[in-house]
Design a protein around this ligand. Sequence first.
Ligand code: 0FV
Ligand code: MN
Ligand code: MN
Ligand code: MN
Ligand code: MN
Length: 504
Amino acid sequence: MLNDKKKTYVDQLEFIDDLQKLGISYHFEAEIDNILTSSYQKERTNVRESDLHATALEFRLFRQHGLNVSEDVFDDFMKKCGKFGSDDIYGFLSLYEASYLSTKSDTKLQKCIRPFATQQLRDFVDTHSNEDCGSCDMVEMVVETLDMPYYWRMRRLDTRRYIDVYGKRHNKNAVLVEFAKLDFNIVQAIHQEELKHVSSWWRETGLGKQLYFARDRIVENYFWTIGQIQEPQYGYVRQIMTKINALLTTIDDIYDIYGTLEELELFTSAFENWDVNRLDELPEYMRLCFLVVYNEVNSIGCDILRNKNINVIPFLKKSWTDVCKAYLVEAKWYKSGHKPNLEEYMQNAWISISAPTIFVHFYCVFSAQLSIKVLETLSEHQQNVVRSSASVFRLANDLVTSPDELARGDVCKSIQCYMSENGASEDKARSHVRQMINDLWDEMNYEKMAHSSSLLHHDFMETVINLARMSQCMYQYGDGHGSPKKAKIVDRVISIIFNPIPLD
Ligand code: 0FV
Ligand code: MN
Ligand code: MN
Ligand code: MN
Ligand code: MN
């Protein structure tokens, strides 16, 4: 079907887009790469210049694929802005989605095209939302995308949504729908099996019981890993990363909720010394937790040494020391009443959100071949894409968790830092933070298209960007990690991990 000679070029692009949205494109990576790369290299004469939808779709697919195409392809349309009328809603929708592929070196996409397309979509919703009409599906789609653009969404969640949307289309391809449903259910069964294993592991560590004050969130911790990488063959990666997430969540609570400053200093030194012979120097309640991390890191290190012949333990250990030091900085700021400005706060907070620790482990277990150079840059916090993704995670977290954290007693978070630094209102601070998130996406897109500079393989880079997507999913309606019921995450988890799609 992909190479069906009867298909026009635009049909072919739409087919690829559908495969990706239905979650089954991973079966055809080589074919899709072939089609996109070769039409990128050719003069692109296949898209009619007057077709806004086709131009925007091609632009988005190229850039999603890491192929840098200039924002100038929209020049002709933007010159004719006034002449558009408001009838090409389909084209505006595609233009809007394409505008989220902007990089920091694009000026028109951010300043002109996205605001224009957004306004067109808002006008459309305003005019049509009260009709009991034939365009209801379209209105629903536009409302959803104004809430969260396609490019920012957690992949698997959007796949679940799109299978329903696509299945209702009058011109759907029935084979494709059946394939997508079967594939979703097969992969879900694999995910369930993995969750079973990590749940037993978590119970057996005894940490949930012993550290009663900490969040006990093994399902959510696993859910995060699906957001980062969903394909069935990465079960080992998901299981390891679930364990890392669970340990990070627990330790974050030790620092934020329970430990005294003196105990936290000892805990931080334990990671720095990395000496199991000195276990008894720790307060009793910290010993088990430290030992579980120690054993996990050694066990991962052992697997990697056996399979990839590189000793990664020093890198893993350093990433734990670094995150604990960042937690400690926040605890000290809080206890001394220090209010950092936003920049000082972010310098520490993109590490204290734990993403750099996650990515050092992720890189080691995910990559077929390890590069010491890459490990060093990750370990020394020199990867821009990691920093940007971590910062999105931090800011999305702060937007929803900071009210509870401040009520409980915690360091000023980004919003409060901005408020006291600028004498701004909370509303103003929140919209500043949302703009920062926009800009960070531009940074990530830039890195994605500037292949050579980061040394990162594009598959790994995509999992880095996926963490930003996943945090915007987890924190869309509240603190999905801490209070999953209130933040509507339970429903999402059920639809992704527990309920199969009914087959006709
Ligand atoms: C977020 O909670 C949290 F649990 C983190 C960063 C650790 C685990 C990470 C993953 C499961 C991916 P919280 O709002 O308490 O984090 P902060 O840093 O604000 O204390
Ligand atoms: Mn914390
Ligand atoms: Mn916390
Ligand atoms: Mn804290
Ligand atoms: Mn928080």
